[in-house]
Structure formats: structure tokens, C-alpha cells
Design a protein around this ligand. Structure first.
Ligand code: ADP
Ligand code: MG
Length: 384
């Protein structure tokens, strides 16, 4: 599926060529899980999988939406009727972006949209952010808004938090909007400062596999909210604005101050050690020690499994099987309770590893996983 095809379908649907075609990728998070709502560090990179949107402006206050990936025809909404949490279908993501732009004072007068995406949905790879960012970028271009990429990501996050009603951090939208090919994005979620860290796996004879367990995660579910509330409680007990402010060197002392609230101790320990793991990975990649990030990724998995307690048997099986078959490192990625795991391996081991994971899933009676290679790819951009 390419820009040409999306433009042609747009023309069939709406009777005229689109004004342009834009792309925005899904992402995978290399390290830095559940740190983004604690003002901490994350390190995503963009996938080759992306959402494409063919878009034209309208002047009559109508938004018309169509997705190649969803049953049903064109959905038509009046801009003046857009309201938070008024829509439980997929159209809430693009409509939410239009709402957020208008709320921020941008004079959007309507649009025709045709979307098509290769980002797997509900696999923790941020198909939702890809959808939001591709629409935001298209409207930014067409309406000449001149939004900076970080600002565009903020508006998309607002669309997802307020309009859709899913309490997510800023990582996904920033990754889709700001990542660069051959790099991972080291993002400080407190001030949104970012650095592109070279992450060219192929040049080093390495591969990174994504294993989608096909277990559907539920982001807005109660478990996410509980973890988030627990982190906020930990920060309050420690007298800091956010857990980001607890230095890794002072972790033991901080945990001692939390006393016998075992759950808060575990959550705080995960967040503080996870921020530190991001900094370790950045340091290793900067000094060209890419293989050495493997054990740090694996430590991250243990922390999410044992301290944050958001793994599941399928994710643990991927990690254990991959490590036993010679992977350099492996961990669950994304919000947890399903979704995907990542595996860092020598290029020469990839076939064996994939086979081992597939066989382990079959032996356990689980649905066959979807395994693919993640090549650090370009962020959102105009295609034509
Ligand atoms: P994730 O972002 O991890 O893939 P979410 O639950 O946040 O999972 O977002 C998935 C939702 O995004 C889908 O249920 C659907 O509503 C919407 N979505 C994603 N891709 C498309 C698409 N190509 N067409 C229409 N809706 C899509
Ligand atoms: Mg999402």
C-alpha cells in the first residue's frame, strides 16, 4: 500500500484528487516503560509500519472520514458537533485531532480524509498515535499552521486523553511525529527535550524482532490507572513532584522512607531503575556498545514482571524462550498485559529464535504470535 494507491482510493471516494498524502509511523519503545507519566525518560523508535492519509480541505464545516481498514462507508461529522467522549468508534482518533486543533484556536474549516494503515492495532505499537499524527500533520500543512513537531504531538495527546478518553502519556505521539530513520529518540517527558541517538542495527550485524503475542491489551483499563495512582502516591510520600526526581543513587534510602507500603515500594523501584536503564542504554549506544544493551533490556523485563507486575504468561514465554535460544536481550514493550515483546539478537540467530518462539507458543496452546523485524524508520512526513 503506497501513496499512489491511497490517493486513487481517495479520488474514488470523494470524486477529486486529494491535496496531498501524508505518513506517520507506529513505534516500538526500546526502553523506558511507564516512565512517561512520571516525568521520566523514554526511548522509542519508529517502525516501518505506518498510517497513510490522503486529505483535502473543505470550507463548509464538515469532516468526512474513511478508513480502508474498517468496514463501512464514509463517516460525516459537523465540526461544531465534535465533543469529547461523544464517539466510541475509530473516528474518535482523527475527529479528536480536529477538535484539539480547533480548541487551540486554529481555524480548521473541514476536511475529507481517507486513511490506510499497516500498523497492527492493539499490539502496543501505537496504531492510534499513527492515526492522530498523520491527520495533525496533514492539517498543519494544508492550513499552514506552522506547528512545531513537539506541539503537534501535544495536541494529538490531548485528542487521545480528552476526546477519546484514554489516559496515555506523551511518548507515542512524539515518537510518531519526531523519530528519524536509523535512530532511537531519547525523550525527556518533563520538558520534551529530545536527542536522536544513532541506532543502526543492520550495520552491526544485529536485528531487533517484535513479537506480537496477539493478546489484546486494554490501555484505558483499571490496571493502568492503579499503577499511575500508585506512582503518584509514591511521589507524594517522598515529597517530590514526580518519581523522576528520585535519584537512582538515593533509591535505597527513598524505599526505606516508604516503609511497609509494599506495593508503592515496588512501583517506585521500577520507575527509578527504569529511568536509570534508559540513561544506561543511551550511554552504551553513544559509545558504540550496542550488544551491551541486551542485558539492560532483560533487566527491564524482570522489573516490569516482578515490580510493576504488568507482564503476562505469553510475554514471559517470549522473553524466556528468546534468551534460552541465544538472544542478547528481550523484554515486553508497551503498556503491558499483552501486546508485544522485543528481542535483540545477532542477525545470524534470528531464524532459529523466531522458530523457537513459535514452537513454544504452539506447545503452550497459545495463538500463534506475529513476528517481524523492526528497522528504525522515519517519523511523520508528507509523501506527495
Ligand atoms: P494501539 O495504539 O496500541 O494500537 P489503541 O487501542 O490505542 O491500540 O488504538 C487502536 C484503535 O485505533 C483501534 O481500535 C481503532 O479504533 C483505531 N485505529 C488504528 N488503526 C486504524 C485504522 N487503520 N483505521 C481505523 N481505525 C484505526
Ligand atoms: Mg494507542
Amino acid at each position: 500500500m503506497g501513496a499512489q494507491q491511497v490517493a486513487e482510493r481517495f479520488a474514488e471516494l470523494y470524486g477529486a484528487e486529494p491535496e496531498g498524502v501524508w505518513a506517520a509511523p507506529g513505534r516500538v519503545n526500546l526502553i523506558g516503560e511507564h516512565t512517561d507519566y512520571n516525568d521520566g525518560f523514554v526511548m522509542p523508535f519508529a517502525l516501518p509500519h505506518q498510517a497513510l492519509a490522503a486529505v483535502s480541505r473543505r470550507a463548509d464545516g464538515l469532516l468526512r472520514l474513511h478508513s480502508a481498514d474498517v468496514e463501512g462507508g464514509i463517516v460525516e461529522r459537523r465540526l461544531d458537533d465534535l465533543a469529547p467522549q461523544s464517539d466510541e468508534s475509530w473516528t474518535a482518533y482523527p475527529a479528536g485531532v480536529v477538535w484539539a486543533l480547533r480548541e487551540a484556536g486554529h481555524a480548521i474549516t473541514g476536511a475529507d480524509v481517507h486513511l490506510s494503515s499497516t500498523v497492527p492495532t492493539g499490539a502496543g505499537l501505537s496504531s492510534s498515535a499513527a492515526l492522530e499524527v498523520v491527520i495533525a500533520l496533514a492539517l498543519d500543512d494544508l492550513y499552514g499552521l506552522g506547528l512545531r513537531r513537539w506541539k503537534l504531538a501535544r495536541l494529538c495527546q490531548r485528542a487521545e486523553n480528552v476526546y477519546v478518553g484514554a489516559p496515555t502519556g506523551i511518548m507515542d505521539q512524539t515518537a510518531s511525529a519526531c523519530c528519524e530513520q536509523g535512530h532511537a529518540l531519547f525523550l525527556d517527558t518533563r520538558d520534551l527535550s529530545q536527542q536522536q541517538i544513532p541506532f543502526d542495527l543492520a550495520a552491526e550485524g544485529l536485528r531487533l524482532l517484535v513479537v506480537d503475542t496477539r493478546v489484546e491489551h486494554a490501555h484505558s483499563g483499571g490496571e493502568y490507572g492503579k499503577r499511575r495512582a500508585g506512582c503518584e502516591k509514591g511521589a507524594a510520600l517522598l515529597g517530590v513532584d514526580a518519581l523522576r526526581d528520585v535519584p537512582h543513587a538515593g533509591l535505597d534510602a527513598a524505599l526505606a522512607r516508604l516503609g511497609d507500603d509494599e506495593e508503592v515500594v515496588r512501583l517506585v523501584r521500577h520507575v527509578v531503575t527504569e529511568d536509570h536503564r534508559v540513561e544506561r542504554v543511551v550511554g552504551l549506544l553513544r559509545s558504540g556498545e550496542t550488544r551491551a544493551i541486551g542485558p539492560v533490556l532483560t533487566e527491564g523485563h524482570a522489573s516490569l514482571r516482578d515490580d510493576f507486575r504488568i507482564s503476562c504468561p505469553e510475554l514471559d514465554l517470549v522473553v524466556d524462550t528468546a534468551l534460552a535460544a541465544g538472544a542478547l536481550g528481550a523484554r515486553m514493550t508497551g503498556g503491558g498485559f499483552g501486546g508485544s515483546a522485543i528481542v535483540l539478537a545477532e542477525a545470524t540467530d534470528v531464524d532459529n529464535l523466531s522458530k523457537a518462539v513459535e514452537e513454544a507458543f504452539a506447545a503452550a496452546g497459545y495463538t500463534a504470535p506475529r513476528v517481524f523485524e523492526a528497522v528504525p524508520s522515519a517519523g511523520a512526513r508528507r509523501l506527495r
